[in-house]
Write a protein that binds this ligand. Structure first.
Ligand code: DAH
Length: 339
């Protein structure tokens, strides 16, 4: 019996030593120390042992049992530690690892130029005003003194949402909103998106951008308009630029003018870009028509004003030497990331 116990003890010790899984260790505990385990059986059957041997066998069996218990407990802890270490290792976050470099975004060329123009006008004491792109026919046309038969109202040119609502065709509608909301003195610019039903090509897009200007105060005259635009254009294109005012017609200004600048390619001699003119048109302007002031509740006998409007897309194209307007709207990251 002593021998048997010795054998069981040795076997059990080896088996415990070779275990790598918690589950197998559990099985071993059952096998030796469980209710029907080999050691338990021996302890239970002590009465079959001769009474002279019984105390000694009992004692040895108890020693073997407690030895196995502590071996198994020790192994259990080892295995648990190992699992924990492995988990910590596999879930470790290396905070020093190099990040995939994320290239910082850059501004769209239209935004760059818009901000540049805003800076120039803010420096001249203008404020920035804004209005919605979905606008009433009244604000976009009627209040701006546009005759009912004016071609710009045509369905061919304007996106109508219904009879009274359009996608604004010009930022001039912000003039109306500003004059209704504020009393003079008024000195604002308003850059923004406008819409016309044009087919897309290298120089046309149904979506494009304008910047509107409006000044209303007492004694505003054509000379204020001229000084303001000349100062602005020279800040944008340099002191050497030549500027030309040409009489024109707009419903919302009287008198009206178109303003040209000397061709940036030939400098005024005449070339393909300026179509031999030596000059390129960049904006429309004039003194605010008395009817427009009246429509906004401003007395034209007391106040006068000037207004101007320019296309931003062409300024952007000239500034960055872009020869196709579509590039500004394609959102091709290879193009946009150059600015
Ligand atoms: N709204 C005009 C256009 O879209 C541009 C313009 C011309 C605006 C003269 C003005 C102005 O404020 O006085 O063609």
């Amino acid at each position: 019996m002593k021998l048997l116990l010795q054998e069981i003890h040795d076997k059990a010790k080896n088996e415990v030593k070779d275990v790598f899984e918690l589950k197998n260790l559990k099985d071993l505990r059952v096998k030796y120390l469980g209710k029907k385990g080999e050691i338990t059986q021996i302890l239970k059957n002590l009465n079959t042992v001769g009474s002279d041997e019984r105390p000694e066998i009992g004692k040895i069996a108890n020693i073997v049992r407690s030895d196995l218990e502590s071996l198994i407990a020790q192994k259990e802890k080892e295995l648990e530690d190992k699992i924990l270490t492995e988990r910590l290792e596999s879930e470790r976050i290396d905070v020093t690892i190099k990040n995939k470099r994320v290239k910082p975004a850059n501004l769209h060329p239209l935004t760059i130029v818009t901000r540049e123009l805003e800076d120039i006008f803010l420096g001249m004491g203008f404020e920035i005003a804004s209005g919605p792109e979905i606008e009433t026919v009244y604000n976009n046309f009627d209040a701006l003194n546009t005759p009912l038969n004016h071609p710009s109202r045509d369905l061919e040119d304007t996106f109508y949402i219904n009879n009274n609502i359009v996608l604004r065709t010009q930022t001039s509608s912000v003039q109306i909103r500003t004059m209704r909301d504020k009393k003079p003195p008024i000195k604002v610019i308003s850059p923004g998106r406008v819409y016309r039903s044009d087919d897309v090509d290298a120089t046309h897009s149904p979506v494009f951008h304008q910047l509107e200007g409006l000044v209303v105060d007492k004694d505003i005259s054509m000379s204020d308009l001229k000084w303001t635009l000349e100062t602005f254009i020279k800040k944008l294109y340099g002191q050497d630029i030549k500027i030309r005012f040409r009489p024109h017609y707009f419903p919302f200004t009287e008198p009206s003018a178109e303003i040209d600048i000397s061709c940036f390619v030939c400098g005024g001699k005449g070339c393909r870009v300026c179509k031999g003119e030596g000059f390129i048109e960049i904006l429309g302007a004039g003194l605010v028509h008395p009817n427009v002031l009246k429509n906004c509740g401003i007395d034209p006998e007391i106040y006068s004003g000037f207004a101007f409007g320019m296309g931003l897309d062409r300024i952007v194209m000239r500034r960055f030497n872009i020869d196709d307007l579509r590039l500004l709207y394609d959102n091709d990251i290879r193009f946009l990331s150059q600015f």
